[in-house]
Ligand binder design. Structure first.
Ligand SMILES: [Zn+2]
Length: 422
């Protein structure tokens, strides 16, 4: 396997990645391009755009100036901070309750609701539908949180159309930024197509209706994109704040902690050193991400370390040490998911057998899978020194100690047995 000479991504990174002649990946090149953006000009463009929508909404007698899809995490806090408290709009917050809530996520969502003083619409899918989708999509494409992505990328658009709110404000275009699908000059906006390609793995909800899944027309309402005529009648448009504000995850998370008491996780997460991202979904950094490792041989520590390497906050060598420590770890929250859907661990692991990348995984005579490559084997490939970005950390980056152990499996299982899904 070929690995980027700058960050830690393999050539099989999803959705797709390309390498240039210097051995540097498209994600790194796009991150470099973002460093050259005139952020002052972009900030002014954002101020103008928000002022126009606010004026239009109020002139037309609308109750809300815009809609912000939220999970309650660091990005949600930052989006609402900027839109409401800096630019003075009245947003409607919309959250899709995927049911895989970690206690820390519930706490942070409540914190957002209380501290920001906004109206919040929370839609919860029913238990049986989530069970069916999660089981079925694990087997179909190795994704047990498909409903989460489909819900948060569809439901807010349905609400925008029904409530007649034309402006939807997203955070980062993160599905494509990691691997560098769009340049900053593209000013890419949210669309039905990007949502399907990057968020829904190319699968629309009605394709899930069949005998094997047990899903019916009645189960898929939150995952449908409104018809074109409804979108056009309201003029629904979705912008990404990362096109207007220089995106720096750790810096923003720390600021949201200090300003609004957004809480990070305790040290000791199973599969990443990152304590401030993906805290709301129990499985996002756990079983869901473990599947990525079982299929492609890399996991969240690769994503998180690569982001910090591009920001100049981590060296490639430090990143490799983190990958060696985290990417292969079996997460404890897997027990919770197996309990929820009623599946054995053998069935879970076997369900991705056919999706394992043969250039990473080899099966021995006894049927055991073995990873034959990793970025750990590529610490001194050619081109690394030439591709090295400047370090920008001033005396290191310290995040405060968190109070919540997101991976305490015993507590999580108790939490779930009590059916505390809201
Ligand atoms: Zn790279």
């Amino acid at each position: 396997m070929r690995y980027c000479a700058r960050c830690l991504y393999p050539e099989n990174a999803k959705p797709y990645i390309i390498f240039d002649d210097a051995g540097v990946c498209s994600g790194c090149r796009v991150a470099e391009a973002y460093e050259l953006v005139d952020w002052d000009a972009r900030g002014k463009a954002l101020a103008k755009l928000l002022a126009e929508y606010k004026e239009k909404a109020r002139a037309g007698g609308a109750h809300y100036d815009c809609l912000i899809p939220v999970s309650g995490g660091k990005d949600s806090h930052f989006q609402v901070h900027l839109v409401k408290n800096v630019y003075g709009l009245n947003p409607l917050l919309v959250t899709y309750n995927h049911l895989f809530n970690a206690p820390l996520g519930v706490r942070n969502l409540e914190n957002l609701f209380v501290k920001m003083n906004c109206d919040l619409l929370r839609f919860s899918s029913n238990l049986e539908t989530v069970r069916k989708i999660s089981r079925y999509m694990l087997k179909k494409c190795g994704d047990l949180t498909w409903h989460y992505h489909a819900g948060i990328l569809s439901l807010p658009i349905q609400v925008a159309a029904k409530f007649r709110i034309p402006l939807v404000i997203w955070a980062e275009n993160n599905f494509s930024n990691l691997v560098g699908t769009f340049n900053p000059d593209d000013m890419v906006e949210f669309s039905r197509k990007h949502r399907k390609d990057f968020g829904l793995r190319g699968i629309e909800a009605d394709e899930l209706i069949n005998e094997q899944s047990g899903l019916t027309h009645q189960d898929i309402a939150p995952f449908l994109y409104p018809p074109d005529e409804e979108i056009e009648a309201v003029g629904v448009r979705g912008i990404h704040l990362s096109n207007f504000v220089r995106w720096n995850e750790p810096e923003q998370a720390l600021a949201m902690h200090k300003m609004y008491d957004f809480q990070p996780a305790k040290a000791g997460r199973d599969r990443t050193f990152n304590r401030y991202a993906k805290l709301d979904d129990l499985h996002a950094n756990g079983a869901h991400d473990y599947l990525k490792y079982l299929k492609f041989g890399y996991g969240r520590a690769t994503d998180d370390a690569s982001t910090l390497i591009r920001l100049g906050l981590l060296t490639r060598e430090e990143g490799i040490a983190l990958v060696a420590r985290y990417d292969h770890i079996r997460p404890k929250d897997l027990d919770v998911w197996l309990h929820f859907v009623g599946m054995s661990e053998d069935e879970f692991v076997a369900s991705v057998d056919a999706q394992r990348d043969p250039s990473i995984w080899d099966r021995d005579a006894d049927g055991r899978w073995r990873a034959v490559d990793s970025v750990v084997n590529h610490a001194s490939d050619t081109g690394i020194e030439e591709a090295r970005p400047p370090l920008r950390r001033n005396g290191g980056f310290e995040f405060p100690e968190g109070h919540y152990d997101i991976n305490d499996a015993g507590a999580l299982l108790e939490f779930y047995k009590g059916y505390k899904y809201l």
